[in-house]
Design a protein around this ligand. Structure first.
Ligand code: SAH
Length: 400
């Protein structure tokens, strides 16, 4: 794809009446929408997408195994895609954040929303950590790595592509250095006055939940003097932020021992003395029930569970999980206490989430006001045409 020309690409013709979503700039073409394929495209290869009447609607990448058979790179009768330019645009959009001085850890590329389907790039200090999660993304790997090294003063680029995601594409995961220096075992980053250690080799996603950056800052700003319970703590993001904001105490719960070990290191890194009792390894549902039975209470609770709903089919079970955990947390809150509650399941819309939390509040018998609504940080870009890109929503509630 050098020179950004796209001559002689294979062609995909959509079924009659199935061109609506591409015309609305949605980047996914499902297998069921495809009528005919000409030219035998390779995995990740370029395809010209046409309506049933033969009108060219755009340029995409072919995924032979995934149900999402084509991911669009560009739209219109003369579609133009240049990988380097897409990476450059994405980086430019993050310049104010990168140069603002509040953090050195930024999402540089957010897949579909940045016109690079399946490509995620997070920058932790001097290293970029990439995920290539579609056949097309894998094809673009070298061009992306070259663009990153050209455009930013990086020490190296590391790949952390997730095996579970890639199996939908019939591809293997990867965890390896792609170019430059090996990253250290733990990369130290800073974020709104808080320091964190990130394990890019073994951590979740690329190592850290950068999407919660603004929300950790919101919790930090409200934590002063409060006893905080950080449920689903991972490496202690919200708990450490709360301590830095003057919390009297932060108790972390997570099912993962390595995550908690790093949570302790993060508290220490910021100058706090670690009490092992404040880092509880266990199932959050059970630990919260025990707290309820023993009448433990808190002034602030953060609930940041993993994705309970993988898709719309799993919505009902997910709703039950969200309601349970919110109800438990609401009961553990002292009067005047704050609940920061989140859902990162894309299938759970803000409306559905609001309803679940309201149901939990009704059952708890207490009244709550909404202090703030929260979303994914803006470097986790969203476009109007790809509503699936908005996945993280939350609220800060105050108990009467
Ligand atoms: N709030 C964190 C990110 C949380 S990710 C941050 O800002 O960095 C969700 C976490 O929930 C993961 O660390 C995972 O290990 C944990 N988890 C998943 N299921 C759990 C359960 N049933 N009980 C406790 N923790 C769980």
């Amino acid at each position: 794809m050098s020179g950004c020309g796209h001559d002689g690409v294979a062609s995909v013709t959509l079924r009659k009446g199935r061109d609506h979503s591409v015309r609305r700039f949605h980047p996914w073409v499902f297998s069921g929408a495809i009528g005919a394929v000409e030219g035998n495209p390779p995995a990740g290869g370029l395809v010209s997408v046409r309506s049933s009447e033969g009108e060219i609607l755009g340029l995409g990448q072919w995924s032979p195994v995934s149900q999402i058979r084509v991911r669009m790179l560009a739209f219109g009768a003369e579609p133009d895609f240049c990988c380097f330019a897409a990476v450059e645009d994405a980086i430019e959009a993050r310049r104010p954040l990168m140069e603002g001085g509040a953090t050195n850890a930024v999402r540089l590329v957010n897949a579909e929303a940045d016109g690079l389907p399946g490509v995620v790039v997070d920058k932790y200090g001097d290293w970029a950590v990439c995920q290539f999660h579609t056949a097309g993304a894998v094809v673009l790997r070298n061009e992306i790595v070259t663009a990153l090294m050209d455009l930013l003063p990086l020490k190296g680029v590391y790949e952390r592509s997730d095996a579970d995601v890639l199996k939908h594409e019939g591809l293997e995961g990867a965890s390896r250095r792609l170019v430059g220096e090996e990253p250290p075992e733990l990369i130290e980053i800073f974020e709104n006055g808080v320091k964190f250690l990130v394990d890019v080799r073994h951590g979740h996603k690329t190592g850290f939940y950068l999407d919660q950056r603004d929300n950790r800052a919101a919790v930090k700003a409200l934590a002063k003097g409060r006893e905080v319970l950080n449920v689903f703590s991972y490496t202690g993001g919200f708990g450490t932020a709360a301590l830095c904001g003057g919390a009297a105490r932060a108790v972390n719960i997570d099912v993962s021992a390595p995550a908690l070990a790093l949570a302790k290191k993060n508290a220490e890194l910021n100058g706090f003395t670690v009490d092992d009792g404040d880092f509880i390894e266990g199932n959050a549902f059970e630990v919260l029930r025990k707290f309820r039975d023993s009448r433990r209470d808190f002034d602030m609770i953060v609930l940041d569970p993993p994705k309970f709903a993988e898709g719309r089919g799993a919505l009902q079970g997910a709703a039950r999980g969200y309601k349970d955990i919110n109800l438990l947390a609401m009961k553990l809150l002292r009067p005047g206490g704050l609940l920061a509650t989140f859902s990162c399941s894309g299938a759970v819309t803000p409306e559905i989430f609001g309803k679940i939390v309201t149901d939990a509040a009704v059952d708890s018998g207490a009244t709550f006001t909404v202090q703030r609504r929260l979303w994914q940080a803006s470097d986790h870009a969203e476009t109007l045409f790809f509503p699936e890109g908005l996945y993280l929503k939350g609220m800060i509630l105050k108990k009467k």
